[in-house]
Structure formats: C-alpha cells, structure tokens
Design a binder for this molecule. Structure first.
Ligand SMILES: NC(=O)c1ccc[n+]([C@@H]2O[C@H](COP(=O)([O-])OP(=O)(O)OC[C@H]3O[C@@H](n4cnc5c(N)ncnc54)[C@H](O)[C@@H]3O)[C@@H](O)[C@H]2O)c1
Length: 319
C-alpha cells in the first residue's frame, strides 16, 4: 500500500537515497530540509520540496502524513566537540519540535537516523543494541538523547518508532551520493586523493590493536540502508521504540579501504600516517541480528569493492 511520508534532511546524503527508494516503491514524499549541509539538487525528482527547518515542522506537517523519516541533523564529530551547543540545539531541540508537531498532527510513526556513535568505546565486538551507550562526543550524546526522547514518546503517547543505528554508510545510488562539506568520511576522502583533488590520505594512527594497526570499521552500502528504512516503516508498532544496528558485521581497516580504492580506481593513493585522533575506537563492528529478525532485513551489497565502485562512479559524475 502506498503511503505519504515527510523526509527531514532529504537533501542530504542518506535522506536523498531513502527518498529516492520511497518514490521508486510508489510512495508520496515531501522533503523538508533547510539546506544547511544539503543541496537542493540532491532532492530526488518526484519528491515535493519544502525549504524549511525542522523546528518549524508544525507549519507543514498534517494528519495526511503516514510517517516521518527523520534524517535532519548535524553530524560532524569534530565540530560537535568544538561547538556542542550547536548540536544540542539542532539535533535535540530540532527533534523536540518535530515530535511535538507529530503529536499535534497525529502522525504516529517515526523512523530515526541514530548512529554507532551512541555506543562510544565498545565493550563487545560485534556491538549489540543492549551494549552500554557511552558516547565520546557531543554528536553521539545528542543522538543518544534523541533516542531517549523517542522512547518516552512511544511509552507516553503511543508513537511507533524505529531508531536505526548506522555504522559507516558508504556508496551511492544513481545520482544520490555522499558530499559532505567539509568531507570527513574515509571513502570519499580517499576517492578525492585518487581524483588528484587531495595530495594524500591521512591515516590517523597505525598502532591500534588491529591486524594492520589501523582502525577497523563496518561499511554499509547506502542502498542496503535505504531498504532497512522501508522495512522499518512496516515494522513500527504503536507504543514501541525498536532500536536496530545497521551494519554488515564485517570490519575493514583504513589500509584495506585505501588498497581497495587503488584497485577499483587504478590510481595511486599516497598515504601519510598521522597521530591517533581522540575518541576513535580501534574497532567498530555491528551485530545486525535485531534488524534481520525484527525487520527481515537482508543486506546484499556488503562487498567493499562494490561499495567503492558505486562511490567512485558518483565522484566521477561530480568531477
Ligand atoms: N553518513 C553516515 O555515515 C551516518 C552514520 C550514522 C548516522 N548518520 C545520521 O544520518 C543522518 C543523515 O546523515 P547524512 O550523512 O546524510 O548527513 P547530511 O549532512 O548529508 O544530511 C543531513 C541533512 O539534514 C539537513 N538539516 C540539518 N539540520 C536541519 C534542520 N534543522 N532542519 C531541516 N533540515 C536540516 C541538512 O541540510 C542536510 O541536507 C544524520 O542524522 C546523521 O547523524 C549518518
């Protein structure tokens, strides 16, 4: 059955890919985005677009919507350390206003972009949703605070909500891809080196307790991630806040990613070893058993070379 959905942050990387998937599945989509980090041209054709802020969501949300998919947030870890107030204001304050607008408009379903950063330094590998949450940045703390707010909203007001805790999102889908400014994510940064737009890639620490000494992360294709959002809309149950990790359960080191970029692009990628960054855990790998069981999610694009091939095609399109 087709639905009508508000996609906050749908001019950004993940939100635009999910909006595109919703449209392809025959749903009606309105993107609400203030273009603070997103791009008007990133909004998929076929979506209605409102340039506005989630704090003003009440202006546009009404009872004709079946659900909100909430991507709008600031997400630069380093910036959040320097300007924590910006993160509390936008990520937490913005979501409070959005939840109030949903309550007033009687929109009873929410899918929220949470993050592996809510866990902080992991106590187990792979990480499960019942592991301790001890974020090491204001960004992670702001996302965890929103998860707590949503739990309260489900308990007190019957919201049906799913928080999806993404690990490292990568890859592209058609004309929708990753373009953060400044870019802080490893794969697009390494691709910039392959394109000659950056001299070398910095490897932050090569003395971690991992097979090659560099940090290990769980990379998930953005199209697999999008599939999980559509399944989450079906799984959302009134009064329940379901939390699911989204990852492949495989870790790749920074050096493995750099080598895969060399293989895929055929370009040299010089690297420079820099010191460790504070707050970077050695290994972050997800257990996605809950997403498999509760959402019926089955990621099919786990191959690192395939993820990088799609990201490279997008980077080449952009020039
Ligand atoms: N990309 C990742 O690897 C990753 C990992 C974990 C979690 N997440 C989460 O996924 C979501 C999307 O991330 P992304 O990588 O697509 O980021 P992005 O910066 O590309 O997209 C965020 C979008 O939200 C918009 N926005 C921000 N504040 C807004 C506001 N107050 N009102 C309206 N629009 C606003 C921005 O303009 C942008 O288009 C974020 O919530 C992020 O925390 C991303």
């Amino acid at each position: 059955m087709s639905g009508k959905y508000l996609v906050t942050g749908g001019a950004g990387y993940v939100g635009s890919v999910v909006a595109q998937h919703l449209i392809e599945a025959g749903h009606e989509v309105t993107v609400l985005d203030n273009l603070s980090t997103g791009f008007r041209e990133g909004v998929p054709a076929g979506a209605a677009f409102v340039e506005g802020d989630i704090r003003d969501a009440a202006k546009w949300l009404d009872s004709s919507y079946d659900a909100v998919l909430h991507f709008a947030a600031f997400s630069q870890v380093g910036e959040s350390v320097a300007k924590p107030e910006k993160y509390w204001d936008n990520n937490v304050g913005g979501t409070m206003a959005l939840l109030a607008a949903m309550r007033d408009a009687d929109v009873r379903k929410l899918v929220f972009s949470s993050t592996a950063a809510t866990y902080g330094e992991p106590v187990n590998t792979p990480i499960t949703e019942t592991d301790p949450t001890a974020p090491t940045s204001p960004y992670g703390a702001s996302k965890l605070a929103v998860d707590h707010m949503i739990t309260g909203e489900a308990t007190a007001h019957g919201l049906g909500a799913v928080s999806l805790r993404y690990f490292n999102v990568a890859g592209a889908y058609g004309s929708c891809g990753e373009r953060h400014d400044p870019e802080s994510h490893l794969i697009p940064l390494v691709l910039q080196v392959a394109q000659g737009r950056r001299e070398a890639i910095s490897v932050f620490g090569d003395d971690y307790p991992t097979p090659d000494g560099t940090c290990v992360r769980d990379y998930i294709h953005v199209a697999d991630l999008a599939d999980a959002h559509l399944l989450a809309l079906d799984a959302a149950t009134p009064g329940e806040h379901l939390i699911c990790n989204l990852g492949n359960g495989n870790g790749f080191s920074v050096r493995e990613v750099i080598e895969a970029v060399r293989q895929v692009t055929g370009h040299p990628v010089p690297e420079v070893v820099a010191g460790r960054r504070g707050g970077d855990p050695a290994t972050l790998v997800a257990s996605a058993a809950t997403a498999r069981e509760r959402l019926g999610w089955n990621p099919t694009r786990a191959d690192l070379a395939g993820i990088i091939t799609d990201a490279w095609a997008f980077a080449q399109q952009r020039g």
